[in-house]
Design a protein around this ligand. Structure first.
Ligand SMILES: C[S@@+](CC[C@H](N)C(=O)[O-])C[C@H]1O[C@@H](n2cnc3c(N)ncnc32)[C@H](O)[C@@H]1O
Length: 174
């Protein structure tokens, strides 16, 4: 997707109702709870966390004691994210592009709700994975599928959804 196509979806109007529609609605609350638990489990103590494609920053807001930052393409989503997290730094940027200021800076980078699908092609998704790995200190990328109660492909498949890419070389093995 082009930048304009993404921004046409993630408008101010869409951003204003995003949390209620996609994070806290009955249909999605199990998936949201799963992601929150996964973040709690994997958050490195004392580490720096980047939530890439952070959207409204709701997940960031659940970790007030963590050194954290967010990145997103949509100014409208970032406006909400800033209002949820006044102490946090946010970057309006494209996760398909290298971000030299983030290189090797983070202990933990998340990219949730299948946001990488907006990259638009498999080569573009590979670039996103390579960027995410480059932004972590250990250059390790892990791919985990979001569980959705309504999706037979992912519901109940927490263990089988794990995909690890080898340390040192940022590539996906999924
Ligand atoms: C489905 S929302 C997920 C938001 C958040 N991660 C969550 O779990 O609630 C997808 C987000 O990806 C962002 N996004 C889409 N394409 C992007 C790109 N190329 N670079 C950075 N962010 C992008 C959108 O602006 C939107 O905020």
């Amino acid at each position: 997707m082009t930048r304009d196509e993404v921004l046409a979806i993630y408008s101010a109007r869409y951003a204003a109702t995003y949390d209620d529609t996609f994070l806290h609605a009955e249909h999605y609350e199990e998936a949201t709870a799963f992601e929150l638990a996964w973040l709690r489990e994997h958050m490195p103590p004392g580490g720096t966390w980047l939530d890439a494609a952070c959207g409204t920053g709701w997940f960031l807001s659940q970790f007030p004691d963590v050194d954290r930052c967010g990145l997103d393409l949509s100014p409208a989503m970032l406006d909400i994210a800033r209002s949820h997290n006044p102490q946090v730094s946010f970057y309006e940027a494209d996760f398909r592009e290298p971000q030299p200021h983030l290189e090797s800076r983070c202990d933990f980078v998340s990219l949730m709700w299948w946001a990488y699908c907006y990259a638009g092609s498999v080569p573009a998704i590979r670039k996103v994975i390579a960027n995410v790995a480059a932004w972590t200190k250990r250059r390790l990328a892990e791919h985990r599928v979001r569980r959705s109660p309504s999706c037979p492909a992912t519901a109940g498949s927490r263990r089988s959804a794990d995909r690890k890419a080898s340390a040192g070389r940022p590539r996906a093995r999924s």
